[in-house]
Design a protein around this ligand. Structure first.
Ligand code: SF4
Length: 404
């Protein structure tokens, strides 16, 4: 980004801050408008803002979004395929996992996954997002065969698959280093990986969320290994439980540091904690927050935009977690992407979210237009698939989301 453009732009928007904005907050936001990096301490100041100060944070994020990626909102036509809900990890924030033998336990064969991928392709999907639990019967070959089966059936579809935790599990089963295992998967057709299983990249917080799950160091190790062999990943945070703003600021800085080193993140996706039906909340309702507040959603997207600018410039608002209306509002508070249409999504619904089945492409376009942006269907790598322009687009659909 050209700093002089930003300076000029700032000078023609003198009304961005009102007189009520406190000098300390104003100083930090002016740094952001100049494209400068924010420190963890500065991010914490912004997370603590209220009233006019908080509004100025959102307005600044909106301005920085405009400078970085323009007035464009994007989405991807994708299908989520959760190939098994059997998982032995027992993460306390998750109510998706079942035990082997439960009547609701599911484990799709690789051919069933390929069937779903083919169905998605026929409905216009450019990507399938494939993730599952850590099923005790899975061996390293299952991950390999799954990619082979999907690619054989739908050679052109982009396979976005396997969380860093699943890769850790596959490596363990295959007795291979992550670079070797990931290179094999890439050669078979793995296009990219979701940067999920990050939750909060802080040891103390992670201990409260789960017992034996991937450590922060292991998450970083696998993400860097993926980037080193040319497998890009997304990056995520799960916030609004036992975490605090200092953890959010540190998490954002860690992602920024990784990106400086590897350049392998395609986007950042804030994922609000859905507390319903989770042991984490139900066992400790006095100590665990029931997900982020609406203000925290806004601040997370806005401050992520400011902390990550110039490094990760795609900030996704998750309609699955917040609902399409709130996600659309995030487009004017720092976000520029509404994520995927999904077709099926069972993880959030299992935790009690009321959103999470499907948003149709025409609704994505209508929502992006409602934010005043040019709407673009993108692929996984943010290349344009279809440009819908900026013209008001009236969706005929009224069933925007499937409600569980
Ligand atoms: S969050 Fe993932 S690893 Fe943890 S129990 Fe749920 S499916 Fe298993």
């Amino acid at each position: 980004m050209n700093l002089s453009t930003l300076t000029t732009e700032k000078s023609i928007h003198p009304a961005l801050f009102t007189d009520q904005v406190t000098p300390a907050v104003r100083g930090i936001l002016e740094k952001s408008l100049l494209g400068e990096e924010l420190s963890v301490e500065e991010a914490c100041v912004l997370f603590a803002t209220q009233g006019e100060d908080a509004q100025a944070v959102l307005d600044t994020a909106d301005k920085v979004r405009e400078k970085r990626v323009g007035d464009t909102g994007t989405f991807v036509i994708t299908r989520n395929i959760n190939f098994t809900n059997v998982c032995y990890m027992g993460c306390r924030f998750c109510n998706f996992a079942k035990e082997k033998g439960d009547k609701e336990a599911e484990f799709l064969s690789v051919e069933q996954v390929a069937d779903r991928a083919e169905e998605a392709w026929k409905r216009g999907a450019t990507e399938v997002c494939i993730q599952g639990g850590l099923h005790p019967d899975i061996d390293a070959n299952y991950y390999r065969e799954l990619i082979i089966a999907v690619k054989k059936r739908v050679p052109e579809i982009h396979i976005h698959a396997f969380s860093p935790f699943e890769i850790w599990y596959g490596c363990k089963k295959a007795k291979l280093e992550p670079e070797v295992f990931l290179s094999e998967l890439k050669a078979l057709g793995l296009g990219s990986m979701p940067g999920t299983a990050a939750e909060i990249l802080d040891t103390e917080v992670r201990k409260q969320l789960t017992k034996n799950k991937l450590t922060t160091e292991e998450w970083v190790r696998i993400i860097k290994a993926a980037h080193s062999v040319g497998v890009p990943t997304t990056s995520t945070i799960m916030y609004g439980h036992v975490d605090q703003p200092i953890h959010w600021a540190n998490h954002l800085k860690l992602l920024r540091d990784i990106q400086k080193e590897t350049g392998g993140f395609t986007e950042f996706v804030p994922l609000g904690f859905i507390h319903y039906e989770t042991r984490l909340f139900n066992d400790n309702p006095d100590k665990v927050r029931p997900g982020p507040t609406r203000d925290e959603h806004f601040k997370m997207h806005a401050i992520a935009r400011l902390m990550l600018q110039g490094y990760i410039d795609n900030i996704q608002a998750s309609w699955v977690k917040m609902g399409p209306d709130v996600a659309t509002q995030m487009l004017r508070s720092g976000a520029n992407d509404l994520g995927g249409t999904l077709m099926n999504e069972s993880i959030s619904r299992a935790a009690g979210a009321t959103h999470g089945q499907e948003v149709f492409p025409e609704d994505m376009v209508a929502n992006i237009h409602a934010a005043g942006f040019n709407a673009i269907q993108r692929n996984t790598k943010y290349d344009t698939v279809k440009d819908y322009g900026k013209t008001a687009f009236q969706s005929n659909r009224i069933d925007i989301v499937g409600v569980a």
